[in-house]
Design a protein around this ligand. Structure first.
Ligand code: ATP
Ligand code: LTN
Length: 335
């Protein structure tokens, strides 16, 4: 990646907490590839974020490699973008400490993800879970990213990152770029197939709640056929039809059809036909990703080459940021 051109800089990350869901794909990763020509892109598998909830070490290692192969399979070209594993670049954690001193306890307490995750993991409400958004701010600010492609659920964290950057700039003089969220219009919040009031999440215990991007065609169709809808029989986007609205959003996201066109396509047909059509469209859309993934995951040496090179670039960029930050805050030069 060139570091000295006029292109804007993009940073985004995803946790290696399991196989990616259709929500991760539509809300985030599939938007990453198309940005590579217009922007300087940096993408990270954020394993340090993942350990804020308990992880089995062997599984985490496997999930991290899988996640790395998956982002490449979804269209990230490691020659165009910097793609790396977060723990390979210690500058994130270092900057996170500095930024935590410009973050208020009160603002971290208001983060809905913290409230949700501490309710879900009541036996392990660790300090990392609480300061998670500061590490996320460090991920972004270490590169002075202009734009951050994310799903709607991460908007609050991004606003916090902007506040932290603004507060640092106020204390020490203008330095950090205030990052803007980049949220897709369709599919920014894909909902659970079993409870359309909840977002589709990798860590959902119910396997029917989420479609995984590596599920085979039959599994995908079966999950859609079991999706919770309503007792009407009309495929249209309306308040009170959360299940159908979600399926329509997904169908629109993978086919490019408008909601009106979808309503017309299924006029007079039952939910059964609609669900099967959504399942087939999703499975066909994901087929090339699955094929590419199988190829990549079998070539561990290539993956290693890519993530090692990615980490070197990431380290170089962020070390410069940290040196400037240390000088600004009054630390004595180390050399
Ligand atoms: P976990 O269940 O472990 O918290 P997650 O599925 O919520 O994981 P993350 O790694 O936290 O996934 O998120 C990766 C990206 O996917 C983020 O940009 C996030 O906004 C986006 N994303 C996650 N879930 C959805 C969803 N249901 N709809 C749209 N985008 C989503
Ligand atoms: N918190 C995000 C993952 C994440 C991220 C980031 C996203 C960590 N660091 C930096 C964008 C930019 C999540 O849970 N989805």
């Amino acid at each position: 990646m060139q570091e000295t051109n006029e292109k804007k800089l993009i940073f985004s990350g995803i946790q290696p907490t399991g196989t990616f869901t259709l929500g991760n794909y539509i809300g985030a990763i599939r938007n990453w590839g198309p940005l590579q020509d217009e922007y300087n892109c940096i993408y990270s598998i954020v394993d340090m974020h993942a350990i804020t909830v308990r992880q089995d070490p062997a599984k985490l290692r496997q999930n991290t490699l899988q996640a790395y192969a998956l982002i490449l399979a979804c269209g990230i070209d490691p020659k165009k973008s910097t793609a790396f594993i977060q723990s390979h670049n210690p500058n994130h954690a270092e900057l996170s400490w500095i930024l935590s001193c410009s973050t208020q306890f009160g603002e971290l307490s208001r983060m809905t993800q913290f409230k949700d995750k501490s309710a879900k993991h009541a036996d392990d409400i660790n300090a990392g879970l609480f300061t998670y958004p500061v590490l996320m701010a460090a991920d972004i600010l270490a590169y002075n990213a202009d734009l951050v492609p994310i799903g709607a659920d991460q908007k609050q964290h991004l606003e916090l990152a902007r506040n932290i950057a603004g507060r640092f700039n106020q204390k020490y003089g203008e330095f950090f770029t205030l990052p803007e969220p980049f949220i897709p219009e369709t599919g920014a919040r894909v909902m659970s197939l079993q409870d359309p009031a909840k977002k589709m999440s990798k860590s959902d215990e119910n396997p029917n709640a989420c479609v995984l991007i590596l599920d085979d065609k039959d599994t995908i169709i079966r999950k859609f056929r079991r999706a919770v809808t309503d007792s009407e029989a009309e495929v249209c986007y309306r308040e009170g039809k959360a299940g159908i609205n979600n399926l329509m959003t997904i169908y629109s996201a993978v086919t490019g059809k408008t909601l009106d066109a979808i309503t017309a396509e299924f006029a007079g047909k039952g939910y059964g036909d609609f669900k099967t059509a959504v399942g087939e469209a999703v499975a066909d859309h994901l087929e090339p990703v699955r094929t590419e993934y199988e190829k990549l995951i079998a070539d561990k040496a290539y993956l290693k080459e890519c993530y090692t090179a990615g980490a070197e670039t990431a380290f170089r960029i962020t070390r410069k940021t940290l040196s400037k930050v240390y000088r600004k805050i009054g630390f004595v030069d180390a050399r």
